[in-house]
Design a protein around this ligand. Structure first.
Ligand SMILES: [Zn+2]
Ligand SMILES: [Zn+2]
Length: 241
């Protein structure tokens, strides 16, 4: 049986989460975690994104809060967006370099980097239209981001936005990037976990909590992982019970 020591994908009021950093940290400690990441949405999530200025404030607060506790490590991070097919992110290298952990996810309703991308990538995804060429472009965008940046985790692969999981898994293995099993959204699905595993990719199980009470609530992810037969060594935030 697998147990987890970290939740590396949680949101606060820095984007559209409900709680503060300390609320999330408090719940993580209560659940016995020894590591938590605060990973609010990147600037280009329409209406909910966190500006770069706010991300730097988050960085400062996390530094201060790390002084308060010796039983938990708090990481300052972001869940960045892909703004074009070249895989550029909505967070500058300057800010990325100041964060401890970089998550990247494909989301609906992201401000596009250019008109071509708006028409061929962001708009059809936001409207939930799905066709073979779009799947190709989605895969290109996310794999290019993983190749271009030091990405720690790709969040909820396949959620709302269709991608070729096998190809993403190949690139993630090569780049040492983790694929997320998201306990809130059920992505990766069981089928996708099996495909990614065949490619030798590694995983992480996160809550994607948007409310403090959901931090460390990872049961659904653990269930998926054990159904897929994943071992402790394949899950970056797992330890032997
Ligand atoms: Zn997300
Ligand atoms: Zn998230």
């Amino acid at each position: 049986m697998v147990s987890l020591f970290a939740d590396w994908h949680t949101h606060t009021r820095f984007s559209h989460g409900k709680g503060s950093i300390l609320d999330n940290v408090g719940m993580a400690r209560k659940r016995g975690l020894s590591s938590i990441a605060i990973t609010d949405h990147g600037p280009r999530n329409i209406l909910v994104g966190s500006s770069e200025k706010k991300l730097l404030q988050l960085r400062e607060l996390v530094d201060r809060y790390n002084e308060l506790y010796d039983d938990i490590e708090i990481l300052a991070g972001v869940e960045a967006n892909v703004v074009d097919l070249d895989g550029n992110l909505d967070v500058s290298p300057y800010v990325l370099a100041r964060l401890d952990i970089v998550l990247v996810g494909l989301h609906k309703w992201v401000m596009p980097g250019d008109l071509y991308t708006a028409i061929h990538f962001h708009l059809p995804n936001s409207l939930g239209i799905d066709y073979a060429r779009l799947r190709r472009l989605n895969t290109e965008a996310i794999t290019n981001a993983v190749k271009r940046y030091e990405v720690d985790i790709v969040t909820h692969p396949g959620l709302h936005i269709n991608i070729d999981t096998r190809e993403l898994a190949r690139v993630c293995k090569e780049r040492d990037t983790l694929l997320e099993i998201n306990a809130s959204h059920g992505y990766l699905t069981l089928e996708y976990i099996k495909i990614a595993r065949e490619e030798g990719a590694r995983f992480v199980i996160n809550s994607d909590a948007h409310r403090p009470q959901d931090v460390g609530s990872l049961g659904a992810g653990i269930a998926l992982a054990s159904e897929a037969g994943l071992t402790v060594g394949e899950i970056a935030n797992a330890k032997e019970d």
